[in-house]
Design a protein around this ligand. Structure first.
Ligand code: GRG
Length: 300
């Protein structure tokens, strides 16, 4: 009798399938917004591509918790909306003042500052609508917890707080502790919300939620370390955004504080810790563990 040979987990197939599902849901999530200019500006940034890492993490965590990932799709869309909103606002002249994002001119370059701000605002509020009004078949107590997570991540305890400390740090010498604060809030908090929200929808028990918090903290920081490395090693064409920006703006980054080799070593170690936290869940955590590796091996 032929022995059952376990096939290795196919990440690229997993990414492609999840991405297709998400692209479709993103496309259906907008409209009929009025007036047309607002709808066009919202769609311009939300449907501009991107790795879709955040919604993929959300669906994978829902499945790990034993839930049906389809039920988490509106929440996954909500998380990508919050992410896109933060990119639109981050690119504004009053913030990072950038001209390219996801390989095309930034939202404000096309629609002007006022519409870009409002498109971001509308995406942020639509995110809450996706969870509270457009989700079907998920118990209300789970959805309330998800709404709570989104409120925390979008506000002062998350993205906004991280952005303010980042702005305050411009042109100043920043120590590792402050750098970590900025990244845990600007980047890590949303990545963490993705896995926590997915797991909540799937009905995760507390032990899994705690393990996912450890997992997310590691991948959040590792993601940002790699982002800092790519800023100096990759081209604008590959990244789809302006490369070398940190150096130009004299920003403190991991490579600047620790050097490239030590930064890479740290990212790898953080990913090891992340994956270790999910080991008790063996096969069912394979997608999340493979995604952790993808975060450090990515080239864009
Ligand atoms: C107005 C509520 C509110 C918040 C905005 C502007 C801001 C506060 C926060 C900035 C957050 C920010 C832009 C962090 C950077 C995160 C980051 C590393 C983005 C790049 O993510 P990728 O590589 O991009 O996943 P794609 O395009 O692939 O999705």
């Amino acid at each position: 009798m032929a022995e059952d040979i376990k096939k290795p987990f196919d990440l690229s197939n997993y990414l492609e399938q999840s991405k297709n599902k998400i692209e479709l849901a993103l496309d259906e999530s907008l409209g009929p917004e009025e007036p047309e200019q607002l709808r066009t500006a919202m769609r311009y940034s939300l449907l501009a591509g991107g790795k879709r890492l955040r919604p993929i993490l959300c669906l994978a965590a829902c499945e790990l918790a034993g839930g049906n990932p389809d039920k988490a799709v509106p929440t996954a869309v909500a998380l990508e909306m919050i992410h896109t909103m933060s990119l639109i606002h981050d690119d504004l002249p009053a913030m990072d003042n950038d001209d390219i994002r996801r390989g095309r001119p930034t939202n404000h370059k096309v629609y002007g500052d006022a519409i870009a701000i409002l498109a971001g605002d509308a995406l942020l509020t639509r995110a809450f609508e996706m969870v509270s009004i457009r989700t079907q078949g998920v118990p209300a107590d789970r959805l309330i917890k998800v709404v709570g997570e989104l409120s925390l991540v979008a506000g002062a305890p998350g993205l906004v707080g991280g952005q303010v400390v980042d702005l305050e740090s411009e042109g100043k010498k920043v120590d590792l502790e402050t750098l970590e604060f900025i990244h845990l809030h600007k980047t890590g908090a949303l990545l963490s919300a993705c896995v926590i929200c997915g797991a909540l929808i799937g009905g995760a028990e507390e032990k899994l939620i705690n393990a996912l918090k450890t997992y997310a903290k590691g991948i959040g920081l590792a993601f940002q370390i790699i982002d800092d490395i790519l800023d100096v090693t990759a081209s604008s064409e590959v990244l789809g955004k302006t490369a070398g920006k940190d150096l130009l703006a004299d920003k403190t980054t991991y490579p600047k504080l620790l050097g490239l080799d030590e930064s890479r070593r740290r990212a790898k170690e953080l990913v090891r810790i992340s994956k270790e936290a999910l080991e008790p869940w063996e096969e069912s955590s394979e997608p999340l563990r493979a995604l952790a590796d993808y975060i450090t091996n990515r080239d864009r």
